[in-house]
Design a protein around this ligand. Sequence first.
Ligand code: NAD
Length: 366
Amino acid sequence: MTDIEPKRVGIIGAGYISAVYLKSNFPQFKIVACADAIPENANARAKEFGIRAMSVNDLLADPSIEVILNLTIPQSHVPVSKAAIEAGKHVYSEKPLGLSREEAQTLLDAAAAKEVRVGSAPDTFLGGGHQTVRKLMDEGAIGQPIGGAAFFMYGGPESWHPHPEFLYQRGAGPVYDMGPYYVTTLVNLLGPVKNVLSIGRNTSPKRTIGSGPRQGTEFTVEVLTYVSAILEFHSGAAVTFTVSFDVTGHNHPPIEIYGTAGSLQVPDPNFFGGNVRLIRTGGKWTDVAHTHSYGDGNHRGIGLADMAASMATRTPHRASGALAYHVLEVLQAIVTKAAGDTSFEIKSTCERPRPLGAIRPVPDFR
Ligand SMILES: NC(=O)c1ccc[n+]([C@@H]2O[C@H](COP(=O)([O-])OP(=O)(O)OC[C@H]3O[C@@H](n4cnc5c(N)ncnc54)[C@H](O)[C@@H]3O)[C@@H](O)[C@H]2O)c1
């Protein structure tokens, strides 16, 4: 059990995903208030979860709140996170960290100047499925990693989302919306990315909303919707990564990693659990039992819990600003190169986040 006082957290952006964080139950932090540019959204969430609704300015000025949980839309991530830093708060942001490396760098610079922490989703790589894969790789279960394959492909969110336009605008599209899960998971397993090659297309410049009150409404697509990339890692591994909102169906597992002595199937990086499968040279595919906690259910917030615990113990946190910045830069490289500008170089690197310990009744993030 942790004996550290929970960090007091205020949410900015009381939309859909805020409910998931408000349902989380980590002893390392306590969400006490929320705010939103649309006050009714904050009021509704506050009533539902028994917390305080405040204006954004009042929340930022409240000295009892130590951490801002930024759950706004991607276009607002950096402005809201910077306002929180200016107010002297630590920040944990939803993904992506910002719209570009240039914008995100201003955020990391501001945090360094104020000596506050920046953390970011996704944190699914801390789930039991992904930590089990990490342990297997660190133990050499597949030998030296050579490469891999990763796929996120489906027909696109306009089939189910009543307001899908933002998912086809700058800061979104399949690369920025779903890429953070995949690239973060790959960096956790293989380390930082050195270079990217990619091609892409905008298959249907107009799409049509498929459900809800605006069903049948046409909108413009500003992003590439089928992108195929090759990620070269500093370790020497090369991973093909295809991400699309154009594909009716496919049968690829989300991620496979190939090594000199075997291969691993990695669970869907949008989730915390899922099947881990291993084949060793001369053997057969076998399911591997999870060695780590948080391998079932939705544990969004585990990255914030780890950050809160690390603040208390003055150790680095795992879902860090440096990791999110590197992932954002890789995503920007994928999109920029697919759009034809082949001069974009990846300049950042990052540490592989430290693995979590194996199963404990209450993981304490040491
Ligand atoms: N919806 C999902 O399934 C999901 C899953 C994982 C992550 N995310 C991420 O979470 C974030 C939020 O997604 P969502 O689905 O909750 O969106 P949403 O549109 O439902 O909610 C966003 C909220 O932020 C508020 N907002 C926007 N800009 C603001 C600003 N400058 N100041 C104050 N409030 C502001 C909006 O009024 C809205 O209430 C996105 O970055 C998204 O990528 C969403």
